[in-house]
Design a protein around this ligand. Structure first.
Ligand SMILES: *[C@@H]1O[C@H](CO)[C@@H](O)[C@H](O)[C@H]1NC(C)=O
Ligand SMILES: *[C@@H]1O[C@H](CO)[C@@H](O)[C@H](O)[C@H]1NC(C)=O
Length: 581
C-alpha cells in the first residue's frame, strides 16, 4: 500500500524532542487533537527512534476506482475481469516527480534530522490501559513537498484497534447446554416464503444451524479447486489449533485432524499458549472453516510493530497494522478469494489521510478479485464500552460536538460491512454497529437504498448527529450471538459482530467456490452486486434497534437500514444469481 522509494523503506528517523525549531519553510500537513483517553506525560527521550513510513500519493487512484467499479458491477461488460497484481501496481505507482522530490528532501537532511517534520514528539499514556506511545499532534513539511507526500506515519495515529473481548457482546459465557429445545420453528421471510429451522437454533447457533438459517442445505466446498478463505487478525489475538479441533469434534467430525495455515505479518506471532497472560483468542477461523471445510483457510496474524523495533517502550502500534497487513497481502501474487476481519476503531480516531490510504488499499484487493468482509461494530451508533443509554458521544476535533461515532474500516466504501442479527425469526441486535461516514461520501451503488431510508424512514430524526451524505453501513447482516465455539479449550457461547462477519464470509466463500467450479472468476468486491440484482436474495430484517450515545439509535426498517443493511443472505438464491452472472 505504501509505495515508497527504497531509501525510505528502511529509514530510521531520529527525533530529538527537546528542540522546538520552527523553520519558516514548513507548512502543516496534518494537525489533530489527541483523543481524551491519551494523556501527554512528557517529552519523548531525545534518542527515541521511530521508524517512519512515508506514503507518496497514488496519482492514478481515480483510474483504479473506475476499474474496480467496472469489474464489480454485474451490469458492466467487464464484470469479473479482475486486474492482475502488476496492473494494480501500475495504477497506484507514485509519480516519478514525487519519488525524486522525496528522495532529494531526505538526502538534503541526511535523513537523521529533527527538523524534517518540524514537530515535537511526546509520550502519551492511555488512561485505561496504561500503555505509552510516542506521538505528535501535528507535523509539517516544506510546501513544495505537499503534493508529493500523502502522509508520514506513525505520527498522529492515536487509535487502538478494539480488542474484541472488551466489546460488551463478545463476553464469553458458559455454554448453556440446557437451552436446546426440541421441534422446529417456521418463519416467514420478507419475500413471503417460509423457512423451517431447528428450535434449538434460537438459543445455540451451531454450524448446522447456520446451514439452515443461511439456506445452504448440504452444499459443500471443494478442497482442491483453488478456493481459499482468509481471516485477518490483529491486536495480538490468535487462532488456536486445539480450539479448532474441539470445535470440529463437536460439530464437524469429518474435519478432525485438519488444520489451517498461519501467516505471520509484520512481526505478528503464533501464540498457542492460552495460559499466558498476553493470549487472546480469535475464534473466527472456526466459523469460517465450519462452513467452508475442506477449502483451505489462512489466519493472518499481523503485529502492530515492525520486527526491526527492539524498543520495549514502543507498544504495539495496532492501527498501523491495517497498513502493514495490506502491504503484505498486496505483495502476494495469489490472494484468498474471500477474507474476513472482525475489528473496529472509531473513524474519528484515525487520521483521515491514513484512513483514506488504507481504504484505497482495500479497493486494490477488490480490483484483484478478493471479497473483503468487515464487521460493522459492537457499539450500535456509539461506543461498545460503557452503558449505551448514558454514553455521551463527542467529536474529538476540538469542536466537542455531540455526534454518533461511525467505525472504521466499516465506513470504507470499498468493503462489505456486516451487521448483526439474532434469534429466529431474526431481529437486529441492540449492539449492531451502523451509521454514516464523516470521511467518505455516499458511493453511487447505495444511493437509492440509502436515500430511500433517509427520506421515508428516518425523516429528520437525529439530524445533526450523523452525516446524511456519508457512506452508510452496514451493507448486510448475519446471525451473531450464542455461537457455540471453542475458546481457551472449552466450548462456550460467544457473540458479537465478528461472528456475524465470519458467518457471512463463510457464505461468500461458498459462493466463490460455486463460481470457481463453473469456471467463472470469483466475486471480488460485492457491493455493486448486492445493491442491485443481489437484493432479491437477501431477507430484509425489519425489527430491532441499536442503542448508543444516550439515544435509542437507528432501527431496522423495511428496505436498507443502518443496523442490518439490506438484510441477511439466502445462499441458495444467491448461488443461482452468481452462477448466472
Ligand atoms: C426466540 O428467542 C427469543 C428470545 O428469547 C424469543 O423472543 C422468541 O420468541 C423466540 N422465538 C420463538 C419462535 O420461540
Ligand atoms: C485424528 O488423529 C488421531 C491421532 O492420530 C486418530 O486417532 C484419529 O483417528 C484421527 N481422526 C480422524 C477423523 O482422522
Amino acid at each position: 500500500m505504501f509505495k515508497m522509494c527504497s531509501v525510505v523503506l528502511l529509514t530510521f528517523v531520529v527525533v530529538r524532542s527537546a528542540y522546538a525549531v520552527v523553520p519558516h519553510t514548513h507548512k502543516i500537513v496534518e494537525s489533530v487533537v489527541a483523543p481524551s483517553e491519551w494523556i501527554n506525560v512528557g517529552s519523548a527521550p531525545a534518542d527515541h527512534i521511530i521508524p517512519l513510513r512515508i506514503a507518496l500519493p497514488q496519482a492514478n487512484f481515480a483510474a483504479l476506482e473506475e476499474h474496480l467499479y467496472a469489474v464489480s458491477d454485474p451490469a458492466h461488460e467487464r464484470y469479473g475481469a479482475h486486474l492482475s497484481k502488476a496492473e494494480v501496481e501500475a495504477l497506484v505507482a507514485p509519480h516519478p516527480d514525487s519519488v525524486s522530490a522525496v528522495d532529494t528532501w531526505l538526502s538534503e537532511h541526511g535523513i537523521l534530522n529533527k527538523r524534517m517534520l518540524d514537530t515535537t514528539f511526546k509520550i502519551f499514556k492511555h488512561k485505561k490501559h496504561g500503555d505509552e506511545i510516542v506521538r505528535t499532534t501535528r507535523y509539517s513539511l516544506p510546501p513544495h513537498l505537499h503534493p508529493h507526500v500523502e502522509l508520514v506515519q506513525p505520527t498522529t495515529l492515536f487509535s487502538r484497534v478494539r480488542r474484541r473481548r472488551e466489546a460488551v457482546h463478545s463476553v464469553v459465557q458458559a455454554y448453556p447446554r440446557d437451552v436446546r429445545s426440541a421441534g422446529t420453528i417456521t418463519v416467514t421471510r420478507s419475500d413471503g416464503s417460509t423457512m423451517t429451522v431447528d428450535a434449538s437454533c434460537n438459543a445455540t447457533v451451531t454450524i448446522a444451524c447456520l446451514r439452515q438459517l443461511l439456506n445452504i442445505g448440504d452444499y459443500r466446498a471443494s478442497g482442491t479447486n483453488g478456493n481459499q478463505i482468509g481471516v485477518a487478525g490483529y491486536s495480538e489475538e490468535y487462532a488456536n489449533y486445539e480450539d479448532q479441533q474441539i470445535f470440529y469434534r463437536d460439530q464437524l467430525p469429518e474435519a478432525v485432524n485438519s488444520s489451517f495455515t498461519y501467516t505471520l505479518v509484520n512481526g505478528g506471532k503464533n501464540d498457542q499458549n492460552f495460559n499466558s497472560d498476553e493470549y487472546q483468542d480469535d475464534p473466527d477461523m472456526q466459523t469460517v472453516l465450519g462452513l467452508v471445510f475442506p477449502s483451505p483457510g489462512t489466519f493472518y496474524s499481523t503485529g502492530g510493530k515492525g520486527p526491526w523495533i527492539e524498543d520495549s517502550d514502543t507498544p504495539a502500534d495496532t492501527v498501523a497494522a491495517y497498513g502493514a497487513w495490506l502491504d503484505f497481502v498486496l505483495a502476494q501474487e495469489k490472494l484468498p478469494q474471500t477474507i474476513s476481519t472482525g475489528y473496529e476503531s472509531h473513524e474519528q480516531t484515525i487520521p483521515e489521510a491514513y484512513a483514506r490510504r488504507v481504504c484505497a488499499g482495500f479497493a486494490q484487493l477488490g480490483a484483484r478479485g478478493t471479497s473483503l468482509l468487515v464487521m460493522s461494530g459492537n457499539g450500535g451508533v456509539g461506543d461498545a464500552n460503557g452503558d449505551p443509554r448514558t454514553q455521551s458521544c463527542w467529536t474529538n476535533d476540538g469542536r466537542h460536538k455531540r455526534q454518533f461515532l461511525p467505525a472504521f474500516p466499516a465506513s470504507c466504501p470499498f468493503v462489505t460491512t456486516v451487521g448483526s442479527t439474532m434469534y429466529v425469526p431474526e431481529v437486529a441486535t441492540e449492539f449492531s454497529g451502523g451509521g454514516f461516514s464523516n470521511y467518505w461520501n455516499r458511493p453511487s451503488y447505495q444511493n437509492n437504498a440509502v436515500a430511500e431510508y433517509l427520506t421515508k424512514q428516518l425523516r429528520g430524526t437525529y439530524a445533526g448527529l450523523y452525516n446524511p451524505n456519508g457512506r452508510a453501513y452496514p451493507d448486510v447482516a448475519a446471525q451473531s450471538i450464542n455461537f457455540r465455539i471453542a475458546i481457551y479449550g472449552e466450548l462456550t457461547a460467544a457473540g458479537g459482530g465478528q461472528q456475524a462477519t465470519a458467518a457471512f464470509a463463510g457464505l461468500v466463500s461458498l459462493l466463490n467456490n460455486a463460481r470457481i467450479e463453473h469456471g467463472k472468476p470469483p466475486l471480488g468486491f460485492l457491493n455493486p452486486f448486492l445493491y442491485s440484482s443481489g437484493l432479491t436474495a437477501l431477507n430484509d430484517i425489519t425489527s430491532g434497534s441499536a442503542q448508543g450515545c444516550g439515544t435509542p439509535g437507528f432501527s431496522a426498517t423495511a428496505g436498507w437500514d443502518p443496523i442490518t443493511g439490506l438484510g441477511t443472505p439466502d445462499f441458495s438464491k444467491l448461488k443461482d444469481l452468481v452462477l448466472a452472472l
